[in-house]
Design a protein around this ligand. Structure first.
Ligand SMILES: [Zn+2]
Ligand SMILES: [Zn+2]
Length: 118
């Protein structure tokens, strides 16, 4: 059954129209009147409902993005932590992998400074 879309949920989801991926703290900074615990609770629900997925692009920092995005590579700014998408997916070939492993998906993260910080 589809869960009722609360005002909190709608406000959080609307942020993903502008940003590709956001951390709970970034969402909290954009919606300062919303408790951080409320942000976390709603992100958890979105994840359970398959609307957002959690991605870890940096140690200790979880970002969320819409599950509708296909496999792609990310760029993370080390200064402001803004996440953007590379123009094309980076495909590894079978011969790149260690012998005998079975890969399920590829996560490529390029680090550096974004256009604003550079
Ligand atoms: Zn992404
Ligand atoms: Zn930046």
């Amino acid at each position: 059954m589809e869960r009722r879309m609360t005002k909190h949920k709608r406000r959080i989801l609307a942020l993903f129209d502008e940003a590709h991926a956001l951390s709970a703290h970034e969402i909290h900074a954009l919606l300062p009147d919303m408790d951080l615990s409320t942000v976390y609770r709603n992100l958890e629900r979105f994840e359970q409902d398959g609307i957002l997925r959690a991605i870890v692009l940096e140690a200790g920092r979880t970002y969320y993005e819409r599950t509708t995005c296909h496999e792609h590579a990310h760029f993370v700014c080390d200064q402001c932590h803004h996440v953007s998408v590379l123009r094309r997916a980076i495909q590894l070939e079978k011969r790149d992998l260690p012998r005998g492993v079975r890969a399920t998906h590829t996560e490529v993260v390029v680090h550096g400074k974004c256009a604003t910080c550079a």
